[in-house]
Ligand binder design. Structure first.
Ligand SMILES: [Zn+2]
Length: 139
């Protein structure tokens, strides 16, 4: 019997295969912890899931902005997460297409305008351009 087919964890295991085995144990532990987290997250109320949704959206956004190859995929426990805002009929909103803030296109709240100095300048430029196009002078 060749040494290569010896049972895992045997005494005749080389240092390298021991390191490989330990690596796989670590991977399995991480996956196990991840699975436990996902089980835990799946039972959370929607309000807390929305917090997780925000965290996921930020991570995703960061990965896209950094041009990373791996974009985190939407975890299963966030599937069918609804907007949940109170609607005019009194029922919670059932939209599932959510923005990073955890609300749908109708319930994110109004924009509060550009935040940065550059953004404000850009907005002012666009305002001037629009007025010029419509034949109104700015000054
Ligand atoms: Zn909504």
């Amino acid at each position: 019997m060749p040494a290569a087919s010896a049972s895992w964890g045997g005494d005749d295991m080389g240092r390298h295969s021991k390191a490989v085995a330990e690596f796989w144990v670590t991977i399995r532990e991480i996956e196990e912890r991840k699975r436990q987290f996902e089980d835990w997250a799946a039972d959370l109320p929607d309000d807390q899931k929305r917090t997780l949704h925000r965290a996921h959206a930020l991570k995703r956004q960061a990965a896209i902005e950094a041009g990373r190859f791996y974009i985190p995929k939407r975890p299963d426990y966030l599937r069918n997460l609804t907007c949940g805002a109170r609607t005019r009929s009194g029922q919670p909103c059932r939209m599932t297409a959510l923005f990073p803030n955890g609300r749908c296109i109708w319930h994110g709240g109004k924009s509060t305008g550009p935040k940065t100095k550059a953004g404000r300048e850009r907005a002012l430029e666009n305002l001037k351009l629009g007025r010029l196009k419509r034949g109104k002078s700015w000054d």
